[in-house]
Design a protein around this ligand. Sequence first.
Ligand code: 5BU
Length: 473
Amino acid sequence: MIDQRALIISLHEIKALKFGTFQLKSGELSKFYLDLRVVVSYPKILRQICSLVSASIQSDTNVKKPLHLCGVPYTALPIATVVSIDTNLPMLIRRKEQKTYGTKKLIDGEYLCGDNVIVIEDVITTGESIMETVKDLQYSNLNVEYVIVIVDRQQGGLQRLSKKGLKVLCLFNITQIVTILKEEGKLSDLEYQDVVDYVKDHQIDIIDYDNKLRTKTSFQRRAELLETSKMTQKVFKLMVEKKTNLCVAADVETAEELLIITEQVAPHICILKVHIDAINGVTESTIKQLQQLAKQYNFLIMEDRKMADIGNTVKLQYKKIISWADLVTVHSISGGIMLKGIQEVIQHESQLNNRGVFIIAELSCEGNLITQQYTKETVKIAENYRDIVVGLVCQTNNVISMPNILQLTPGVNIKTSSDHLGQKYQIPSDVILIKGADVAVVGRGIYEATNPAETAKMYREQLWNTYLERISI
Ligand code: 5BU
């Protein structure tokens, strides 16, 4: 049996647990610092920690097999290795940097689709680094239900992961640690109280934390994140370069009108959204001219087809769209497998791998049948197909937390709040600040205006300035 009290004292002695005032990576000052990296220099202590982790795995009869272990890089890697040898459970390693050559694998080690993984981490604060590892495992079709953490800083990370459906087991928490160290005379009453107060005053707001991560991060930074796909990067970069997050829906009746309105709004948009099947007289030449304008004015073309059939049909439909549209919209009604059809087309047309998908997670019209559960499942699909999914089309701020996914929100108009067919509108500043949109879609508000070019400029300025305000608050 491992003496847990003695283990805490040893961790304090080797300065894996430090008390005083420390600056964290975030710049914030903390009253304690946990540095379990030093444990590798003390094999006996490492041995004891690993025995506790192994025992907790072996005593849990609910853990599903086949099972692998995965340590969050880097501190938990040696711990996971020893536990793997102790328990005879194979290990997986998540690459922190995705390989740019060869197989581009995120996860090293042998596994089959649907295998289970226990994630091991040294310290939990917000749960962010655990989530990064969990997401990559899930993205590689692995199933994660359990997380084992050595020390919980008790700032809300554990609750955040639990909310995401993960079972988290912590060997120690900071209150237990400071209580034992105080009893042992290693901490003064004041030091003890400082830590207790610090923890109480530094709770992360779980819902806010997840949302802020996306809405508070600049497009520039979001483009640089490891998890951001090539096509999503391209969209972010274009927006930053051109200083616009306006998408115009050019729902006009004829090909001629389409080209006219496109030319008028082109300098102000990041995306031109069309329903090509609703426009009369569109020929190959129309598409060519549209593409020329896209190149000249640096915007992307989105076909808002909202595909919704079985995978095979969607694949056939998409083959007709991929040649000319950079982006396409799909419904998630047929489930994630349908996206595989699109993925296959994109992978096959490798010279066209500048292609991406937006999935509809919510609709703007009154009385639509999408439920909260449907929206949640749609987000999961987006996470599983991050290589091709650029964003989600949705109406509310709390749908997307991942900074590498874009929120596109239609239903924007400054003159009216609805139409007679159920469409609901919001004003530009609300759509960015309150609804959390990254890109806003404006249709009739612009193409029906007396001066579409001037109106597009005005929407663009309002939307972009509100975005700048959002990231600066
Ligand atoms: P409007 O003219 O600004 O109402 O045009 C909105 C566009 O966005 C139009 O092309 C719709 O098909 C599209 N849209 C939408 O309005 N609401 C939604 O929920 C989705 C798409 Br998804």
